[in-house]
Ligand binder design. Structure first.
Ligand code: F6P
Length: 367
């Protein structure tokens, strides 16, 4: 019999379909199986660092009916790193302070046995630093980008792919009718998984991803060759927001401020469509899918995966597996050290099966 414990759940970084499935699973496993208590801090650690405090007990009622809901009932932020916490000075300027001791003190005072941190790479890095300072932490990997290492999938990814695939399908019909090049910009900061998967699923002609610097002359030559024989050409190009030309860099719309998240990427869809129009002489249009990929109801796979992560994370606490991240490695759940999980991004492997499939289908990558 494991002694009665008290967990604090936080969701950090960008939201992601399936977060509520994880929260629900954590609460149900902790309460129904172990008889523990669960608290939730709003907007990552901001709920305990800001005045007034925003921390609530999570019971079976609070997680009823949330499985199919997008977003997170706890709220989230990418402006809440306790080690670089933005604090407004009396003169209105922002100053970054290390408030990690406040987090640890709060957890001790409230007799928290473990923090379950649901988040992406940034949240996992914060969790690792808190763990190194003595806090018991368990991580659950979340990102639509699917770029967290040591897990085959993160929940949210396949929902984003479904949304992007639907967009590719729609761009085909309008692109074909007007004989245009249709460019779709999707998310994917360091890794092109969403672009690659939706490009294959939607039958794109070209896919541009951060892992393969592109040459638009090659994309243009491919389009002009008339892949769709006997008809006036049209083409669908899916481009990840982090894609870069040979010798160039990803486009940034806002470099951001320290402590206030990462630089914002964007603009590559417009750039690629304008350049392809010039190079091919074919009219081009672009669409930026943006946060539609993060919103809405999770597909069944993400609900199942999120539920598995939640149950496993609570079991990890029961077995004292602190400083570790739940991971899905076929055929099922396991765990890895957070340190190992954050050492590298999981990018599209150049010799991997998915890229092999795409190339086998004749999809171009601008290389
Ligand atoms: O981490 C997922 C992600 O969707 C990235 O692909 C994207 O660059 C980022 O979030 C955008 O986040 P936000 O608009 O919330 O700053």
């Amino acid at each position: 019999m494991v002694e009665k414990k008290r967990l604090l759940v936080v969701t950090g970084g960008g939201d992601c379909p399936g977060l509520n499935a994880v929260i629900r699973a954590i609460v149900r496993r902790a309460l129904l199986h172990y008889g523990w208590e669960v608290l939730g801090s709003e907007d990552a650690f901001n709920g305990i660092l800001q005045d007034p405090e925003r921390v609530d007990p999570l019971d079976l009622d609070s997680v009823r009916g949330i499985l199919s809901r997008g977003g997170t009932i706890l709220g989230t932020t990418n402006k809440g790193d306790p080690f670089n916490f933005p604090v407004e000075r009396p003169d209105g300027k922002l100053e970054l302070r290390d408030r990690s001791d406040d987090v640890i003190r709060w957890c001790r005072e409230h007799k928290i046995d473990c923090v379950v941190s649901i988040g992406g790479d940034g949240s996992a890095k914060i969790a690792q630093k808190l763990f190194e300072k003595g806090l018991n932490v368990v991580c659950v990997p979340k990102t639509i980008d699917n770029d967290l290492d040591c897990t085959d999938y993160t929940f949210g990814f396949l929902t984003a792919v479904a949304t992007a695939t639907d967009a590719v399908d729609k761009l085909h019909t309008t692109g074909e009718s007007h004989h245009r090049i249709m460019v779709l910009e999707v998310m994917g900061r360091y890794a092109g998984w969403i672009a690659l998967a939706s490009g294959i699923a939607g039958g794109a002609d070209h896919i541009l991803i951060p892992e393969i610097p592109y040459d638009l002359e090659k994309v243009s030559a491919g389009i002009k060759k008339g892949l769709r024989a006997g008809r006036r050409p049209y083409a669908v190009v899916v481009v990840a927001e982090g894609a870069k030309p040979l010798g160039g860099e990803a486009l940034v719309t806002d470099p951001g401020k320290p402590g206030y998240g990462m630089p914002r990427l964007g603009g590559i869809g417009l750039r690629v469509s304008e350049d392809l129009q010039k190079l091919t002489g074919i009219e081009a249009r672009y669409t930026v899918l943006g946060h539609l990929q993060r919103g809405g109801s999770p597909v069944a796979f993400d609900r199942i995966l999120g539920s598995e992560f939640g149950v496993h994370a609570v079991d990890m606490v029961a077995h004292g597996k602190f400083g570790q991240m739940a991971a899905f490695k076929t055929p099922g759940m396991t765990e890895v050290s957070i340190a190992q999980a954050i050492a590298n991004y999981k990018v599209v492997e150049l010799d991997g099966a998915m890229l092999h499939c795409a190339r086998g289908l004749g999809i171009g990558f601008g290389d």
